[in-house]
Ligand binder design. Structure first.
Ligand SMILES: [Zn+2]
Ligand SMILES: [Zn+2]
Length: 765
């Protein structure tokens, strides 16, 4: 962490002189810089990596930037300094230079002031700058000059002879009275006007054209004037939330699906806006939450802007500037946390348990929910974490009294929670009451719901057709040549696809090992589920929502709209269907294979399985009547399944948290995962052993490994894990980070080790 030293303190290094200031106005506030430093220090990365993640491309000069001479430059070297001369001369020989080339030529690191000076002297240009650098968007606006703006009839006297000019003025007047002002483009469209007419009116000094900077950011008008009145439970929750805020605590809002968490967010946001402060609304994934965004837009209109991945560079710069200039509400996924708010009053973290808040690659490997807590502290803002199925960390913090708690137990209008039924897959198979992955009971219930005109959602946590192509004779199965994972068969493309590196091959007709043609597909992906459904329910309208069908935002949007308009009867999907869909007439939701979710090799598998199944179940029966949920499993007695069935999150939490404590897992212990990668397995393992042994010497059995992860090779890189389990002790944490750093530096200096990659992931879950 950089320390801000007072005037009398010793500086431990020789500071360098400031040669030039690149930006006239600072890009971010000192408070935000301190926040960046916290991220870098906590998540074990450089502040440069944080900056890189935060700054829109339009605001940074990248190392790939190419510098070139302007064509107009004819060798006028006279007015250049010695350093400027060196660059200009080099460019007369070489067509272009990278920033690194320039550093080498000048034998110095600080080169931007010199480049900027050469740019301002009109000698060179930066290629990337031309392509990417932000320019404000300008539009021409048409104004009536005085006195015509007061009395249009005076103008008509001057245009008497031209009907076209008179019509153009009428069109202009109408536009101005409708919209307040008229852009040239709007005016041209409105009245069949062309440049000739415009110029004639300018010449008569009736109108003038003024260019103005306009925003690229699209916002909507607020259309919802009145909000539903808070019910008693919501009122009480609001009191609890404010209580927590009053004590300076983050507050966990634990509300079942459909209980009106959003209504409370709106209430809190409105209060924050009234105090003249900004609101940051964090969502796990923007693309999958259009419903919520539309709802908020209707309430807040132009006060809200959405920061999403489809914005181009210029739009990103404008969002950045808007945040710095006090835009009331910014809504976005995890990276919006890094925007330069100038007066943040409230942070809302919706679906706080969601894994998408964690960034794994590249660094900074931060968890936006946890970092948001720190941002709230640094900016003295309130923060609320909302979820129907909170993370264990947050619940534990409530237990410790670090977080406040507000609870919503009832769905709005007292709709009952859906009824959950289990199907024992083993039993069904024994009695032959099964067709492919569907139990007879599930097929009957689907038919019944179709008959009643209700919609159905089926959840399968695996895309593609079949996850395994296997030889019955010798046991060979299709594995990606670059990764240590089986390739999934996709029937639509007739390809075997690796879901880690996207490597694709046409499936072999004969076993590559023994030559037999006894190749079988095993397992069910969403594509196969869809196919089976089409065979059974021949007249039903069936659609699939997964990564393959939703490659574009439009694809996603189309499926949602079709489902809403009831052009789809049955929707099959991966976990996309668990998020933010707010449908009115879903009668049945089914989890086709719960075991696949529960048996995931991770200490949070149970927590996630519970969350996932509860979220899926929450899609059923939202408006008029009680919905129905069917969970198929081979282990109906599994404790997690039992808890989901009883919809008792508390008892589930109480049991699981004991195991976490017993096995030294979060929230009781901290985890740091060191991921070692190299293209040679021996080098990879050796490097992992070296770091593990070095750390074990100081931290003993807190260090585990190296181990070979379940997937031990991805994209031709072999992988080893070294896991550290640490007591919650800030000094211990700082000390182990220090040892990790010096040992990585040491190992990488050894012969043949410079290409080993060490990714350090703090809180890697
Ligand atoms: Zn074979
Ligand atoms: Zn692969």
């Amino acid at each position: 962490m950089v320390k801000y030293l007072g005037p009398k303190e010793e500086v431990p290094y020789q500071p360098k002189a400031i040669l030039a200031i690149i930006d006239e106005v600072p890009l971010l506030s000192p408070a935000h810089l301190i926040f960046w430093e916290w991220i870098a220090e906590y998540y074990f990365c450089s502040i440069g990596e944080v900056m890189h993640a935060a700054l829109p491309a339009g605001l940074k000069l990248m190392s790939e930037t190419k510098v070139m001479l302007k064509e107009s430059f004819q060798g006028e070297f006279e007015n250049l300094t010695e350093l400027e001369y060196l660059i200009a001369e080099a460019l007369t020989i070489q067509h272009q230079l990278s920033l690194q080339d320039i550093r080498d030529i000048l034998q110095r690191k600080t080169i931007y002031p010199i480049i900027n000076s050469l740019i301002s002297k009109g000698i060179l240009f930066v290629e990337e700058e031309l392509k990417k650098k932000y320019k404000p968007k300008k539009l021409d606006f048409i104004y009536l000059k005085p006195p015509f703006d007061q009395d249009l009839n005076l103008a008509f006297e001057l245009t008497e002879k031209s009907e076209k000019q008179t019509d153009a003025l009428l069109a202009l007047h109408q536009l101005i009275s409708q919209k307040g002002k008229a852009s040239k483009a709007d005016w041209y469209r409105a009245g069949n006007i062309d440049t000739g007419i415009k110029n004639a009116l300018i010449k008569k000094e009736i109108i003038e054209v003024l260019p103005e900077t306009v925003s690229r950011i699209q916002t909507k008008e607020a259309t919802l004037k009145e909000l539903p009145v808070l019910n008693v439970e919501q009122e009480n929750a609001l009191v609890s939330i404010k209580n927590g805020f009053g004590k300076g605590k983050p507050v966990l809002l634990n509300g079942v699906t459909g209980s009106g968490k959003t209504r409370l967010y709106i209430e809190l946001a409105n209060e924050t806006l009234r105090e003249g402060k900004q609101v940051l609304f964090l969502l796990p994934e923007i693309a999958l939450t259009t419903h919520l965004i539309n709802r908020l837009s209707k309430v807040f209109g132009k006060k809200i802007i959405v920061f999403h991945s489809r914005l181009n560079n210029s739009e990103r710069v404008e969002v950045w500037n808007a945040a710095a200039q006090g835009q009331p509400i910014l809504l976005g996924a995890r990276s919006s946390l890094l925007l330069p708010f100038n007066n943040l009053g409230l942070i809302i973290v919706d679906e706080e348990h969601d894994r998408s808040y964690k960034q794994d690659d590249p660094a900074p490997r931060y968890n936006a929910r946890d970092a948001a807590i720190m941002l709230a502290v640094k900016m003295k803002a309130n923060i609320i974490l909302g979820s129907a199925t909170p993370s264990f960390e947050s619940l534990y913090n409530v237990e410790l009294g670090k977080y406040g708690l507000a609870v919503l137990k009832q769905r709005v209008n007292n709709q009952p929670l859906p009824k959950i039924n289990l199907v024992d897959l083993k039993e069904a198979r024994k009695k032959q009451l099964i067709h492919e992955e569907f139990s007879s009971h599930l097929l009957e219930r689907i038919q019944e719901n179709l008959n009643q005109g209700r919609q159905i959602i089926l959840f399968q946590n695996r895309r593609g057709f079949s996850p395994f192509l296997k030889c019955r004779i010798c046991g060979w199965h299709a594995i990606c040549v670059h990764c240590d994972v089986s390739q999934t068969y996709h029937k639509y493309f007739n390809k075997l696809v690796c879901h880690y590196c996207n490597y694709q091959i046409v499936p072999p007709t004969h076993c590559p090992d023994c030559g037999s043609d006894a190749l079988n597909l095993y397992g069910f992906g969403t594509e196969k589920i869809e196919e089976v459904l089409r065979q059974v329910f021949t007249t039903a309208k069936i659609a699939r929502m997964d990564f393959d069908t939703v490659r574009t935002q439009k694809g996603y949007q189309t499926i949602i709209e079709d489902f809403e308009a009831k052009r789809i009867d049955i929707l099959v999907g991966t976990q996309m269907v668990t998020k933010g869909l707010d449908f009115d007439s879903v009668g049945l939701v089914a989890v086709l294979n719960a075991d696949m979710i529960i048996n995931f090799p991770d200490f949070r598998a149970h927590e996630r399985a519970y969350q996932l199944m509860t979220q899926v179940a929450g899609r059923a029966g939202r408006k008029n009547d009680q919905g129905e949920v069917i969970i198929q499993t081979v282990r109906p007695d599994h404790a997690v399944i039992r808890d989901v069935l009883l919809q008792n999150f508390r008892s589930f939490y109480q049991r699981e948290i004991k195991e976490r404590e017993q096995y030294l897992y979060p929230p009781f212990y901290r985890l740091i995962l060191i991921i070692v990668k190299h293209k040679k397995p021996k080098v990879c393992h050796f490097a992992a052993e070296q770091i593990a042994n070095a750390l074990k010497a100081h931290f003993r059995n807190r260090v585990k490994g190296p181990t070979e992860p379940v997937i031990s090779k991805i994209r031709n890189q072999y992988i080893r894990h070294v896991m550290i389990k640490l007591e919650k002790d800030a000094r211990l944490m700082a000390s182990i980070k220090y040892y990790i750093k010096i040992n990585i530096d040491r190992i990488r200096k050894e012969e043949g080790m410079s290409t080993v990659r060490f990714n350090v992931n703090v809180d890697p879950y």
